[in-house]
Structures are given as C-alpha cells and as structure tokens.
Design a protein around this ligand. Structure first.
Ligand code: UD1
Length: 383
C-alpha cells in the first residue's frame, strides 16, 4: 500500500475497536489486525475479546497459532443462554467504548458477540464495519442467521466474501454504496499458516491412526450445530452413520465441547469405536489445517470448514440442509448432503470412488483480503 493510494483521506486517529468472541472469529481477525498495523499510515486498533469462548482449546491456543496479540480488553462474559450472553457482552462493551472512544467498531462473522457489539456501537452513533457481511442460509432457526441479518442492517460498512452476498443485502434494502467486495479474510489466515500446518501426529498415534495419516487415508469430522447435536435422536443417527463410514475410512473427530457434553448427557459414548474413530479435543489452528490438508474428505456442519476445504481442494460433505456460503458448492469442493444417512453414505462412496469435487478457488480468496479491507477502511473513516 502506498501513500499515493491514500492521498484523499486523512490519518485515522481514534482506534478501531476490533471485536472477537468465539473460535471462528479469531482466524478472521488475525490478518485484519496485521493489515491495519501495516497500512501506511497505520490504522490504530484495539483488540476486544468478549470471552464468549474461554477454554484453552477454544481460545488461547488459537491466539498463539494465529499470532494474535493479547487482547487489549477482555470482557470475560463466558457461557450462558443466548439472551444472557448477548446482554452481558452489551453491558460490558458499552463502558469499554466510553473509555476508548473508537473511530469505528469492527465486527466479524455471525456469533453472539458480533451482534452484541454492533448493536452497542450503533446506538452510540459510532460507525460499524462488518466483515463477512451478506451471507444468508435463509434458515432463521439458526442463531447465526439472526445475528447476520441484524448486524448487516445496522452496519455502516459491509465487507463481503463472495459476490452473491451483495444480492442478499440488496434484497434487504441495504444501499449498494455501503457494500465492498473484498474477498475472504479466512483465506488470508490459511495462506499465512499453511507452511506451518502440522497434523497432531502424537494424538493420532495414540489412536493407531498414524499410518493412515501418512497415506492420507482418513476423514476429518466436526459437528457442533445445535440442530445436529442438541437432540438425542439426531445425534444418535449421525453417530450411527459415522460408525458406518469409519468401517471404510478411519475418522478423526475433533470434538466441540457442546457435542462432547451432549454425547455424555445422552449416554452415546459407546457408539464411537476407538479403533476406527479418533476422538480428539478441539484442535489448534495449525493442527486442524494439517489434518484437513491431508484428509481424503471432511464431514462437517461448520461454516469455516466449508471454506477452508474449498481453499485446500479437499472434498467436503456438509451435514446441513442449507449453506450461507453457496460459492463453496458452486465453485469449491463442498456438497450439501443434509443429515439423512443414505445421502451421507452416498456422498462418502462417491469421494472414495475418486469422484469427489476438485473445485477451484473463488475470486479474491487470495490471501490479500485484509489488505483490501484496511485500504478501504482508511478511505472510509478518513472521508
Ligand atoms: C458459537 C457460535 C457459532 C460458532 C461456534 C464455534 C453463536 C450463536 N454461535 O457456538 O456460530 O460456529 O461458536 O465454536 O455465537 N463451551 C466451552 N468452552 C468454551 C466455550 C463454550 O466448554 O470456551 C461450551 C459451553 O458449555 C457452552 C457451549 O460450549 O455453553 C456452547 O458455547 P456457545 O458460545 O454458547 O456456542 P457455540 O456452540 O460454541
């Protein structure tokens, strides 16, 4: 970025308050903070961690892996119902804003911390920038969909990851001049970390899976959506299918705390055959990247993994009926198989028969998105 690019705008003096709360936020924010610091002139930033995710596995380890600095402000809200968590973030974020008087509040993704901080800022007439705007599953039973729709309504600057997002936003009456297509910031983190990616070989060896790992013959599983893991019946059905898949392909299941506690609560532990399914705790970023990069396939209900597998060229079967990230299906390696056992097994057979999607990397998923965001933010805030 050169000075000439910025000749029409003045340096931003008050800090941009950059909010993270939950695991999927961290990989989005790390490159943004680096790009704000590297911008000429630098854009001052403060990192706020709401504490929505607080475990070492869910938070601290990812900070280290991603090179995120210690948060300047930690709100330590912890877990709760959606109302409690959202309200607690709002109550604690407001005085932090009063103290630091930001030029802008920058939020990413679609978690409860995203809407909570955007709402506080907007009521204080402080501009809100939303990174990963305009994604829609059109499924309002997903808590994230509510967070997306509402955050976009009150955001002043909306950075999108794929072109379809602008159409979604137009349908909701968001003026086109607020929207800026900058690409996918998750892929900035992926590209920066790729050379350091390393599968958790020791943990896998403990499960006797290291040989399969070397040969690249294993599948990776993550599941955490409430719709998949909060009902005993659905969870049981999904674990049955995983058991069937694991007969042909050993699986590595990086288990979210919500899923682990539900498996225990419903007494389903015995359904996971340790000889074929390695159950691991939530993985660090570099371990997860290493696991995915070497996998035959990924089975998931995560939004981020749908994108990361597309960038890595690894076939992904998404255990959901819809996706807010259609480009991963249209151009990438993602297939929506839903949660019907036959559809999942069929998807796995296709991939094992060598008919998995190869895909291509979408426009602006090039590792330089944060740079484009910083350049735009400078212009926009300086205008
Ligand atoms: C949240 C996000 C979801 C994101 C996911 C990634 C919302 C609405 N959902 O869902 O979009 O995909 O993070 O993980 O914001 N827990 C721990 N340790 C932690 C955090 C949580 O054990 O560090 C447990 C708690 O029992 C908690 C449960 O996990 O009640 C769920 O955490 P919560 O933040 O409410 O939602 P997630 O399911 O993680």
């Amino acid at each position: 970025m050169t000075m000439t690019n910025n000749k029409n705008s003045t340096a931003v003096k008050a800090p941009v308050m950059c909010v993270v709360g939950a695991r999927p936020n961290f990989m989005k924010m790390a490159p943004i903070l680096r790009a704000l610091a590297a911008h000429v002139p630098p854009i001052p930033a403060l990192l706020v961690h709401t504490g929505q995710h607080y475990d070492t596995d869910m938070s601290k380890k990812l900070f280290v892996d991603l090179g995120l600095p210690q948060p300047d402000i930690n709100l330590e809200v912890g877990s709760g119902t959606h109302a409690q968590q959202t309200a607690e973030v709002m109550k604690r974020f407001e005085p932090a804003m009063d103290e630091h008087k930001p030029s802008c509040v920058l939020v990413v993704g679609d978690v409860n911390s995203t809407i909570a901080c955007a709402l506080v800022a907007s009521k204080k007439n402080v501009p809100v920038a939303h990174v990963e705007a305009g994604l829609r599953s059109y499924d309002r039973r997903m808590p994230e969909e509510i967070n997306r729709v509402l955050t976009d309504q009150i955001a002043d600057r909306l950075y999108t990851t794929e072109r379809s997002a602008a159409d979604n936003l137009a349908r909701e009456g968001i003026p086109a001049e607020r929207i800026c297509f900058t690409g996918n910031v998750m892929i900035d983190s992926l590209e920066a970390s790729r050379p350091h990616a390393r599968p958790p070989v020791d943990s896998l060896a403990a499960h006797g899976l290291d040989a399969g790992l070397v040969a690249g013959e294993y599948g990776v599983v993550t599941l955490h959506r409430p719709s998949n893991v909060d009902s005993a019946e659905t969870l049981k059905s999904l674990l049955t299918v995983l058991g069937q898949v694991a007969r042909d392909l050993p699986l590595v299941f990086a288990m979210h705390p919500r899923t682990r506690s539900n498996i225990e609560r419903f007494g389903l532990q015995a359904m996971l055959d340790p000889a074929r399914i390695a159950v691991l705790p939530p993985q660090g970023y570099l371990e997860m990247l290493g696991l995915m990069a070497g996998a035959t396939l990924v089975l998931t209900d995560s939004g981020g993994l749908q994108e990361e597998t597309t960038a890595l060229g690894v076939p992904c079967l998404t255990l959901r009926e819809n996706t807010e990230r259609p480009i991963t299906v249209e151009q990438g390696t993602n297939t929506m198989v839903g949660i019907e056992p036959q559809a999942i097994l069929q998807g796995v057979s296709e991939i094992l028969a060598g008919r998995g999607k190869r895909g291509r990397v979408p426009e602006f998923w090039d590792g330089r998105t944060a740079e484009r965001i910083a350049a735009d933010l400078h212009q926009w805030l300086g205008a």
